[in-house]
Design a binder for this molecule. Sequence first.
Ligand code: PLP
Length: 398
Amino acid sequence: MAQDARLARWRADTPGCEHVNHLNNAGAALMPRPVVDAMTAHLALEARIGGYEAADAVRGQVDETYGLFARLLGAEPRNIALVANATTGFIQALSSFDFAPGDTILTSRCDYTSNQIQYLALAKRQGVRILHADDLPEGGIDPDSVHRLLRANRVRLVSVSWIPTNSGLVQDVAAVGRVCREAGTPFLIDACQALGQIEIDVAALHCDYLSATGRKFLRGPRGTGVLYASDQALARGDHPLFVDMRGAVWSSPDAYELAPTAKRYEDWEFPYALVLGMAAAARYALTVGVGTARELAWALAARARDGLAAMPGVRVLDRGCTRCALVTFDRPGRDAERVVAALSARKINTVASLKWYNQYDFVEKQVDAAVRMSPHYYNTEGEVDAFLEAVREALAGA
Ligand SMILES: Cc1ncc(COP(=O)(O)O)c(C=O)c1O
């Protein structure tokens, strides 16, 4: 199908396109109609016949969901856990490690805000040490620095955000994964912003765990996430600290038996309607093709960066050799939140990224707050141009 026809089809499938210029896909993308339909149909079924009975009726579809996510991640259904959000998956993975005082978590300077807070909480409560690997000169974690730090320290876990929340940087997690494998150190990837905009093959990433969310570039519903747990992690007997009766069976008065698959990371109470929405989003992404999504979204982001860079005083803040569909910029002296509000008044959706979201990256860049725009494959060049025009006017009027 010609590109224009495909775009028209994707937009016709997306009711929100009629109402907004949605450039906040890194926040939550507009859901396509099949996602919304899958959820509303299940809610109607729950209302009609009862929640547990409705769950029984869709068991086959729920089972299929694991296969769809396995395809998206290059894994097997047994490696997939469906969880409440990326952070929940990340925490479930993190809590599988019994950290002792002095154990080290090695991470990147661009790791996601909540992850950094969680490392600090582990430091405070369990005496864990946190090390941040150096960045490459062009930005993003330096795999050689990871290698050096692994040799010199007792590192229990390496944990890296593939794409941080506050810039268009794509970190080289495959190179970090190779270093971890050589050293035999477990590796956890936060792929929250990657799922749906970058093809994922967990085998090539050499990760033990990978967490992601449903609502961003995958275009699924809010309140959904996925966790990949490798066969190696499952075979080690890894499980979350607070495993529940979905993840394990209470097999005798003083013992429990783990679920053999990654379901050990799930909760017994399961949002069936949301999971069916997630399945529809995964199916939709596989039909569009994640490679196609990446090419189109990244081209729109590059167009936005070029337009922004040409505006006097505007700083495009994204670093790294590879830059994705997140675009961040500021204009020193101008309030990012007011720019976002001015865009919103024109029905152009973006968000502000605040200084405290990254105490390393934004401090180094001397950013108080940045505007973040994030196109996806269903956006148009016209929408990016309308955004650029609105930014020009917002900055002139501020
Ligand atoms: C890099 C990154 N990791 C994790 C998250 C958290 O995702 P969730 O809200 O689904 O827990 C976000 C959310 O913006 C993110 O950008």
